[in-house]
Design a binder for this molecule. Structure first.
Ligand SMILES: *Cc1c(COP(=O)(O)O)cnc(C)c1O
Length: 236
C-alpha cells in the first residue's frame, strides 16, 4: 500500500523541525505552503483535515474552479507565474501572490485589489540564478518594482520569492537562497520596507532554504506525490 498523506506530512514535519533546529529557528517561523496544483478538491479536503491551512496554486483558472469546492477557512497563495490578463481574477482569489515581477503587474494588481475592495499581499519574485528559463526580476531590477509597489495603497509587499535551479543535490540550491536573503537584508535597509517573508524551498531543497532563512516553503510532491503533469511547474 502506498504511504498515506498523514505519513507524508509527519515525515515532512520531522524534517522541517530538524532544519529549524539546526538553524536555531522556531518551527513557527516557517509557514508550510501546501502546493496543491493539479490535485483535486478531495485531496485538499484531506489535507485540511490534517491541519494544513495554506495552499498554493500556480494557475488562476484552475484555482478559480477549485477554491469554491474546498473548505472555506483555507488561505490561498498564487505561487506560479501570473499573466497580466489574469491579474483581476487573481486579486479576487488569492490572499498572497508570490510571483510579482514587473511594474505593470504591480499597477494591475493594485487596481484589481481596489476594485475588489481589499488589500493584497505580494512577494517580488527574483531570478537569482540568472537562468534564462526562469521568471522573476534580476536582482538589480527589484528596487524600482519595490518602490512602485510601496506607492500602491492596496498592496502590501511582504518579501521576496525565488526558485533555485533544479539539481538532484539540494546543497546546490543553498547559495541561491543565501543570495535572496542577502538581497532582502540590503533592500530592507535601503527602502525601509520590512520584507519579513522569504518564500524559498520546494520538496527537493527546503532544508537548505530553511537553514538560509526561508519563512515560507512551497511543498507539493512531498505531500501529495508525483504530479501527472510535471511540466506545469511555474506556468500560469
Ligand atoms: C510546483 C511548484 C512548487 C512545488 O514543487 P514540489 O517540487 O512539487 O514541491 C513550488 N513552487 C512553485 C512556484 C511551483 O510551481
Amino acid at each position: 500500500m502506498s504511504e498515506s498523506m498523514a505519513d507524508r506530512l509527519a515525515r515532512l514535519e520531522e524534517r522541517i523541525a530538524a532544519a529549524c533546529g539546526r538553524a536555531g529557528r522556531p518551527r513557527d517561523a516557517v509557514t508550510l505552503v501546501a502546493v496543491s496544483k493539479t490535485h483535486p478538491p478531495e485531496t485538499i479536503v484531506e489535507a485540511a483535515a490534517l491541519g494544513l491551512r495554506v495552499f498554493g496554486e500556480n494557475k488562476v483558472q484552475e484555482a478559480r474552479a477549485k477554491i469554491p469546492q474546498c473548505p472555506s477557512q483555507l488561505t490561498w497563495h498564487l505561487v506560479g507565474h501570473l499573466q497580466s490578463n489574469k491579474a483581476r481574477l487573481a486579486a479576487q482569489l488569492f490572499d498572497t501572490i508570490h510571483s510579482v515581477d514587473s511594474e505593470k503587474l504591480v499597477r494591475l494588481l493594485d487596481a484589481a485589489a481596489e476594485e475588489a475592495g481589499r488589500t493584497l499581499n505580494i512577494l517580488l519574485e527574483v531570478n537569482v540564478s540568472g537562468e534564462a528559463s526562469k521568471f522573476g526580476l534580476r536582482p538589480d531590477a527589484v528596487r524600482p518594482v519595490l518602490d512602485a509597489a510601496n506607492a500602491c495603497p492596496r498592496l502590501v509587499v511582504r518579501g521576496l520569492m525565488t526558485m533555485a535551479p533544479f539539481a538532484p543535490d539540494p546543497e546546490k540550491a543553498r547559495p541561491y537562497f543565501a543570495l535572496l536573503r542577502d538581497l532582502r537584508d540590503r533592500l530592507a535597509v535601503e527602502s525601509g520596507t520590512p520584507l519579513e517573508e522569504l518564500s524559498m524551498g520546494m520538496s527537493g531543497d527546503f532544508e537548505p532554504a530553511i537553514e538560509e532563512g526561508a519563512t515560507m516553503i512551497r511543498i507539493g510532491t512531498m505531500l501529495f506525490g508525483e504530479r501527472r503533469r510535471p511540466s506545469d511547474d511555474e506556468s500560469a
